[in-house]
Design a protein. Structure first.
Length: 257
């Protein structure tokens, strides 16, 4: 299985490098477990870091408040402050999600004992409105299994974050009012809306996941905790704004080039 997951990582890296999207995965390259998907993800990241820079954050989410979360690293050249531009031939889907992200002010190094909520919360510095750009290295968005998408950096294509606040501990993190706007028209607005539930659960899980991978969380890492508006396909040339009530906004342009 290890060799197959390395090969999957290599095939995904070839698409990231400008090759054609993967039309079909042979059965032996479909990750059978989350552990296998993370092995392929690790192999992919090793091949992308020389081009896109080191890990500077993470995305984490879950389909329900009790489901096992899933995570993927965010690479330096794909993480940009608002207002941001993303474009070029690498992008095909132009999927967008309005999210809320946390920036860590203190490192949490790998250790044998799992981190708990109090330690994770104390290490967080700021809260930010954010937009995830969703992309795939597979030909059909609905074709690969969820674990194959997990191997493909959780279908990340880019990430944009707005100015944050350090006064976040008194906020209702489970039920923020979040809206998404395309070219001046509101296309989604939710109270809460994150299928993972309260973000602190997924943040604690993410910290311990990163520790199991031998990295942990570094000071300055930004972690986005899942979509509040669902996935919306914006299209090339659009201007996208995500707003979080009382927090501010993040914006990006999906440029033609």
């Amino acid at each position: 299985m290890a060799a197959a997951m390395i090969e999957l990582g290599e095939r995904l890296a070839a698409v990231w490098g400008g090759g054609p999207p993967i039309s079909r995965l042979p059965p032996d390259l479909v990750p059978p477990t989350a552990e296998a998907a993370y092995a392929a993800q690790t192999a992919l990241v090793a091949r992308l870091v020389p081009r896109f820079g080191p890990i500077v954050g993470w995305k984490v989410g879950a389909p329900s408040p009790t489901a096992e979360p899933a995570a993927a690293p965010l690479l330096a050249d794909l993480v940009r402050p608002s207002p941001a531009h993303f474009g070029g031939t690498r992008l095909r889907l132009y999927g967008i999600e309005a999210e809320v992200a946390f920036r860590f002010g203190r490192a949490l190094a790998p250790r044998r004992e799992p981190y708990g909520e109090a330690e994770v919360s104390a290490a967080i510095d700021s809260l930010h409105p954010a937009i995830e750009l969703v992309e795939t290295r597979f030909e059909a968005w609905d074709g690969p299994s969820g674990l194959a998408k997990l191997a493909d950096l959780g279908s990340n294509g880019g990430f944009c974050f707005g100015a944050g606040t350090t006064e976040w501990r008194s906020r209702d993190l489970a039920r923020p009012i979040v809206s998404l706007e395309i070219d001046g028209t509101t296309v989604a607005e939710r109270v809460g809306g994150n299928t993972a539930g309260h973000p602190m659960r997924t943040l604690v899980w993410l910290v311990n996941h990163a520790c199991r991978l031998g990295r942990g969380l570094w000071a300055g890492d930004i972690v986005t905790t899942g979509s509040h508006t669902g996935l919306i396909f914006a299209g090339r040339g659009r201007r996208v704004v995500a707003r979080v009530d009382g927090l501010g906004e993040a914006s990006l342009v999906l440029s033609e080039v």
